[in-house]
Design a protein around this ligand. Structure first.
Ligand SMILES: O=C(O)CCC(=O)C(=O)O
Ligand SMILES: [Fe+2]
Length: 346
């Protein structure tokens, strides 16, 4: 229920309460402001606009959480999926929600070549590097350009964001912690049509989260660890868009994957895998069976879609020469949104 529409008559800005549960605002009014401010930022960007957009997306996202809903995934277009390739692969122009569902149900994933133009992907990677540099400068007590790294604080009911140092150690920076890169990311999503795609796939409006959209810089020296993201997230309705922003899989760390559908969480913390969520090499090889483990080569702009049951790890080796940049972005349906995460409307 959204009892009133609160707009500031002077500038058209929606009056956002600290917690929309106390003081709800018409979701249509928030969406209008997101659209208007996005257009204004495209013409003449400023840091306050980036910050405001993130806050608006957070409020809009909170209004889209609907645990009671029972949506259906897109019907799989199994006939449209070629057979024979170890990893199902299509080009961006062929991508549909039905093919995506078919790839995930048959092989656990779908590889989409050229989802984002290569130049745009490379340029996003250089901006990620700048956000990393800003984070380091700020940690060292130095100044950095405003808007590149500012830790996002969700509304109180979503709790503080914990685990930033763990994310940093693994080669990550939360997209929501960079107001300017968040803007660029949403622009990239809009151009590629992935918000609509994810909504059609999930059968409900797609959200993303503060906690699980990560700008990645994988260094060859940091080893991967086999995992299924469902282990951390609990029961969810999800779709991960993993977007490569560098050539990887040979000269830089890629992803090691098992291109098969797995219907359950497999055993963790056995053999050499000591952390609660990690899966050992032996278990990964057992699950892979005859299909084996693959390390595809990705070019900047290529994407791999998968869900919370997919088994994978960062595919790195110390002999690689370069770091790899990527965007790890998990979409969720409002009916199956992780309990501990803070939402952002797409
Ligand atoms: O980028 C990586 O190496 C890890 C990505 C990952 O684990 C994921 O997208 O779920
Ligand atoms: Fe993962």
């Amino acid at each position: 229920m959204w009892p009133f529409r609160a707009k500031d008559a002077a500038n058209g800005a929606v009056a956002l309460a600290e917690d929309p549960a106390d003081h709800p605002v018409d979701p249509g009014a928030i969406r209008d402001e997101i659209d208007a401010l996005t257009a204004a930022q495209q013409r003449s960007p400023n840091v306050d606009g980036y910050r405001r957009l993130l806050k608006l997306r957070h409020h809009a996202g909170a209004g889209l959480l609907e645990p009671g809903l029972v949506p259906e995934f897109a019907a799989p277009d199994s006939a449209g999926l070629a057979s024979g390739d170890p990893i199902p692969e299509i080009t961006a122009s062929e991508l549909t929600p039905g093919l995506l569902r078919a790839g995930i149900l048959r092989d656990g994933c779908l590889l989409v070549r050229g989802l984002v133009p290569s130049e745009r992907a490379r340029s996003f990677a250089t901006h990620i590097d700048r956000a990393y540099a800003a984070r380091s400068r700020l940690a060292g007590g130095r100044r950095a350009a405003p808007g590149l790294y500012e830790e996002f604080e969700p509304e109180e009911r979503f709790g503080p964001v914990v685990g930033r140092s763990w994310i940093e150690q693994g080669g990550g920076l939360l997209a929501a912690d960079s107001p300017s890169l968040s803007f660029e990311m949403f622009e990239l999503f809009a151009a590629a049509g992935v918000g609509e795609l994810a909504s059609a796939y999930l059968g409900e409006p797609a959200l993303i989260s503060v906690h699980k959209t990560t700008l990645r810089k994988a260094e060859p020296s940091v080893p991967g660890a086999w995992h299924q993201d469902g282990f951390f997230m609990g029961p969810v309705r999800s779709l991960n868009l993993w977007l490569s922003l560098s050539r990887c899989g040979d000269e830089a760390p890629g992803l090691d994957i098992l291109p098969r559908r797995i219907e359950r969480l497999v055993a963790t913390a056995t053999d050499e895998a000591v952390l609660d969520y990690t899966i050992s090499q032996r278990v990964a090889e057992e699950v892979a069976g005859d299909l084996g483990i693959l390390r595809p080569i990705f070019e900047p702009g290529d994407a791999l879609f998968f869900d919370e049951l997919f088994l994978h790890q960062t595919g790195s080796s110390p002999t690689m020469r370069k770091p790899r940049f990527a965007l790890e972005n998990w979409f969720f349906g409002g009916s199956g949104f992780p309990a501990d995460y803070a939402p952002l409307a797409v």
